[in-house]
Design a binder for this molecule. Structure first.
Ligand code: F6R
Length: 598
């Protein structure tokens, strides 16, 4: 939700900012802007629309300076337009500021400022901070920013520059992510490390309440009381090319195709019973009385898959919770409980708040996250990284698969009584299996041609297949804007069956043999109402195959691995249906990756 980039050093900031923003556009894309200071004046340029509009606007410009800041916006306060785009300035245009987060008490501060005669151009909460900085200016940028920050309620990653203190950038964070990239006599700021990885792999992940003062390519870190502090520099081992499209039309497509390769990394070094990579050992895991899996969206769907596995191997109840709900109720969490929080970004506000709640109640928190050094990774007691590399497409694909596999690995390591019918050797074959599953794409493309004009599409499955169906439906609706709904197959007859009519597409996931007969009966029920059935399963589902209009046969494998790879045809369906409808795919309307607001 909003992407931030900053630069101080000997190079021209403009290309660095634009490049950084292009890597952050997945965080918001309704407007973009930059501010560059040459020491005497700050030039601000900003435009409504995707980054290309700003790029086009700047194509003949030659804005020079020694520091710069840039922003790509996902609107919270104020419609997307040029005026509401960041950077924002004070009335005398001596400050330029970019912000990710929400200032909850902006209206009160604005009222005071208006009474004192200050003026406002935009409807944003951020402009209030810019104006407030000018009102509170005390001759020193760092002090003024920390002073103002103390009065702000809400969340922020703030980056500020001013003509009143030549060559200085001050930035700070509270709940919204901010990374400092450390180069040779140059310093970068960004909302995530992938945006600046081409310049340096040395990163400092700022903690809540940290501030940084940057001058002439050097930095100093402070706490909010202005005590100088130190933070560890971490070296990120992601390749720059992983955050690039490499000739593909869409990041989402590239990320689907690279799943075999990235899952190789997820399992690497984690298949031996003695692996040191497993954060919680079996004897410890077996002591927990209850497990809470807490996450949002796609990560929540991954948690539905983990629930059955953990209940089976540990014999304790597992509750899967939507973080946005969990944080506002009073769940009975005990100190002998384990919280498993799942997140690609590690920055989702609701999941962070739910993690705090788990910790306050004494639960041990294990984070399954992808982004190294992210907030959740730092807050949790234990971390299990997905290692799937940067995910840029807003619709999560490879991270979801990584979440399934990470949970399968944990369950396998915690399975002291061999209740899971899968061996480490079979899990080792997963990358190969994923590669073979990619062969279904041609068939899925043809199926997509038949359904892309439909308005309603239903996904059904039982047990683990329902967890997959839920994710398949979310994928389809978020990028194709079609109405898609997932149902536990046995639930259809309790209401939704009324919506099935001639030609309604029903996508069936049927990977679990013990549920096959039941699922097949539910399919008969929709066929009797005229549904167009697309089923996905292995080669042992002859009955289902015979009655379906389309049958996607997954490669032969162990049953639970068949469930895992079932997501690939579902990802292809979402991708091809959206593509046939001419949708933008990587930047679906109204959405952004990394949801750092409530
Ligand atoms: C959908 C999608 C979202 C995220 C959700 C949580 O494709 O990506 O539903 O799963 O916003 O994000 P993370 O995993 O970063 O916590």
């Amino acid at each position: 939700m909003c992407g931030i980039v900053g630069y101080s050093g000997p190079k021209e900031p403009l290309p660095i900012l634009i490049n950084g923003l292009s890597r952050l556009e997945y965080r918001g894309y309704d407007s973009a802007g930059i501010a560059i200071s040459d020491g005497n004046k700050i030039t601000v340029e900003k435009k409504e629309g995707k980054l290309d509009v700003l790029k086009n606007h700047l194509k003949d410009s030659n804005i020079k300076g020694n520091i710069g800041i840039g922003h790509t916006r996902w609107a919270t306060h104020g419609v997307p337009n040029d005026v509401n785009a960041h950077p924002h300035s004070d009335n005398s245009e001596e400050f330029a500021i970019i912000h990710n987060g929400i200032i909850e008490n902006y209206a009160e501060i604005k009222k005071d400022l208006l009474e004192e005669g200050f003026e406002f151009k935009s409807d944003t909460d951020t402009e209030v901070v810019a104006v407030e900085l000018s009102r509170k200016w005390n001759g020193q940028l760092l002090e003024t920013v920390t002073d103002v920050a103390k009065t702000l309620e809400g969340t922020y990653a703030l980056v500020v520059t001013t003509t009143k203190e030549e060559g200085t950038i001050v930035a700070g964070r509270l709940m919204s992510p901010l990374v400092l990239g450390v180069g040779e006599n140059e310093v970068f700021l960004a909302s995530d490390s992938a945006a600046i990885l081409e310049h340096t792999n040395k990163m400092i992940f700022l903690e809540n309440g940290d501030f940084v003062e940057i001058k002439n390519g050097q930095y100093k870190l402070f706490d909010s009381e202005l005590n100088e502090i130190e933070r560890e520099i971490q070296e990120i081992d992601w390749e720059v090319s992983e955050a690039e499209k490499l000739g593909y039309d869409h990041f989402m497509y590239k990320e689907i195709l690279e799943q075999s390769e990235v899952i190789e990394r997820t399992i690497s070094g984690r298949l031996e019973t003695t692996s040191k990579e497993i954060p919680i050992k079996q004897d410890e895991a077996s002591k927990y009385e209850k497990i809470w899996i807490v996450a949002c969206g796609t990560a929540y769907h991954a948690g539905l898959f983990g629930k059955d596995l953990f209940e089976k191997v540990l014999g304790v109840p597992v509750s899967v919770e939507l973080a946005s709900e969990f944080r506002y109720r009073e769940p009975i969490v005990g100190k002998n409980d384990l919280g498993i929080v799942i997140s690609q970004s590690g920055e989702t506000m609701d999941t962070i708040a739910a993690t705090e709640l788990l910790k306050e109640n004494g639960a041990h928190v294990l984070a399954l996250v992808n982004v190294v050094g992210s907030s959740l990774a730092r807050m949790a007691d234990s971390v299990f990284y997905l290692h799937v590399g940067p995910e840029i497409g807003v619709a999560s694909t490879k991270a979801y698969l990584g979440m399934l596999v990470a949970q399968l690995l944990l369950a396998k390591h915690w399975d002291s009584q061999n209740k899971l019918d899968v061996s480490f050797d079979e899990i080792a074959e997963l990358p190969k299996l994923i590669e073979e599953t990619m062969d279904c794409e041609k068939q899925i493309k043809d199926i997509s041609e038949k359904i892309y004009k439909k308005n309603d599409i239903y996904f059904i499955g039982r047990g683990l297949d329902y967890a997959l169906a839920a994710e398949g439906a979310l994928k389809l609706k978020e990028i194709s804007y079609l109405h898609a709904e997932a149902l536990a197959a046995g639930e259809l007859k309790h209401g939704t069956l009324a919506l099935i009519e001639d030609g309604t597409p029903i996508i069936v996931t049927a990977s679990q043999n013990h549920l096959l007969d039941k699922t097949t009966s539910n399919v008969q029920e929709v066929i009797a109402r005229g549904a167009y059935v697309i089923a996905i399963g292995d080669n042992q589902s002859e009955k289902l195959e015979n009655i379906s209009d389309e049958y996607v046969t997954l490669p032969d494998s162990n049953e639970i691995l068949t469930t895992v790879i079932s997501i690939i045809p579902l990802q292809f369906i979402a991708y091809h249906v959206a593509n046939l409808n001419g949708e933008s795919i990587d930047q679906p309307r109204n959405l952004a990756k990394s949801v750092t607001v409530e």
